[in-house]
Design a protein around this ligand. Structure first.
Ligand code: SAH
Ligand code: SF4
Length: 375
């Protein structure tokens, strides 16, 4: 995708900047942006830094809670700006502890966020877009047309909402351990690299020690394979990368993932080879197990060849069915055999445990009831 088409895409699908009362949400502005915005109103830089601290380190939801901010400034801030969260439309808890929230954004659009607790960590799966422009055949989100991108504030609000619910402020304590919420995956609704600018802005605040304090090693971005942006993401964010691979040859991949026609496997694998990885880091390849489509022994052997010497982990994902899907999940014994072939060749190939399936919170099942704008 050329730079100009990325810009056009960002413009057409932009998130609204103000709430229903015309107030600008300050979440998502970089520290410098916040300082210069408030400077326009003669607020000194040190006050802007205090506001930043209250927002990201302490997690307050209103200016009134900002202890060291003068009363008249609070009143002025309340008139023009907000730092609120989306409202919770629904909260569903699975019997395995997974929580799925449907969050209502300022313009009434709905977005899904899922928290998955495990013994040694807790992962928040956030959405990057409402709907998706891509139409991967096995994915429920792919049946919903793209409504719009999420703004940096809406990406961050999902994370801040989880911290609110789990009672895990202040941010500095995130480094001390003992937290339920430790990791973030960009694996909810949407293709994060089609909303790169906003995702990058939000992740920079997330990774900042003065921001939400979540290290890049604890953030994983999953993409269907937008090659030029994988390269940018490596240079600028260098978070963990997960590739939705799902097929080992171009013919099948282009059929089930149309993005492959634009960025075929050869280019995709080269981008993975070039992705900057520090010691001990690996690229995750996601491989959804589709009965009689991509699950033969031959496919497993081909997969080993395709990945070659890229430091990798292969997540085998049992296909999660959704109403109207045209695929079935491979039998358990088939998935185990597939995994064994990979492991015998020295690859790390765990079978992903499906979480939250009783509340339709599993991979590829998210599809909010949001409506498309009339354009
Ligand atoms: N758009 C990004 C991230 C969101 S999808 C991407 O495609 O990577 C998150 C993961 O769920 C992807 O690996 C996707 O391929 C997988 N997925 C989609 N539908 C699925 C389904 N029905 N069952 C299992 N995994 C699915
Ligand atoms: Fe979009 Fe990812 Fe679903 Fe494909 S798998 S339709 S890229 S959300």
């Amino acid at each position: 995708m050329s730079d100009s088409s990325i810009e056009k895409h960002a413009r057409v699908f932009a998130a609204p900047k103000t709430d229903s009362e015309g107030r600008q949400n300050l979440i998502g502005l970089s520290k410098d942006e916040l300082i210069s915005l408030l400077q326009e109103y003669q607020v000194p830089g040190f006050r802007a830094k205090q506001v930043w601290h209250w927002i990201y380190q302490r997690g307050v939801k209103s200016f009134d809670e900002m202890g060291n901010i003068p009363k008249d400034m609070k009143a002025f801030m309340n008139d023009r700006f907000s730092i609120g969260r989306p409202s919770v439309e629904t909260e569903q808890k699975s019997k395995d502890g997974t929580i799925k929230w449907l969050l209502k954004l300022d313009d009434g659009q709905l977005v899904e966020t899922v928290f998955i607790p495990e013994k040694t960590r807790g992962t928040l799966c956030i959405s990057s877009q409402i709907g998706c422009t891509l139409t991967c055949k096995f994915c429920h989100t792919g049946t919903q047309p793209l409504v719009r991108n999420l703004g940096p504030h809406e990406l961050l609000q999902q994370i801040m909402h989880a911290r609110d619910v789990l009672n895990e402020w202040p941010s500095t304590a995130a480094k001390e351990g003992g937290r339920d919420f430790t990791n973030i995956v960009l694996m909810g609704m949407g293709e994060p690299l089609y909303n790169y600018e906003n995702v990058a802005k939000a992740m920079k605040i997330c990774m900042d020690d003065d921001g939400l304090c979540i290290s890049k090693r604890r953030i994983t971005l999953s993409t269907s394979g937008l090659v030029p942006l994988i390269t940018r993401c490596g240079e600028e964010l260098n978070v963990n990368l997960a590739i939705s691979l799902h097929a080992v040859n171009d013919e099948l991949r282009s059929d089930i993932m149309p993005i492959n026609k634009k960025y075929p496997l050869k280019e995709l694998m080269q981008a993975c080879r070039d992705y900057p990885l520090d010691k001990k880091r690996r690229i995750t390849f996601e491989y959804v197990m589709l009965k009689d489509i991509n699950d033969r022994d031959e496919d497993a052997h081909q997969l080993v060849k395709l990945i070659g010497d890229i430091p990798a982990k292969i997540n085998l994902i049992p296909f999660n069915e959704w109403p109207g899907s045209e695929f079935a999940c491979s039998d358990r014994s088939r998935i185990e055999k597939f995994s064994k072939i990979l492991r015998d060749k020295g690859m790390d190939a765990p079978i992903r445990k499906t979480r939250g399936d009783d509340i339709l919170a599993a991979c590829g099942q998210l599809k909010s009831a949001s409506k498309r704008y009339k354009k």
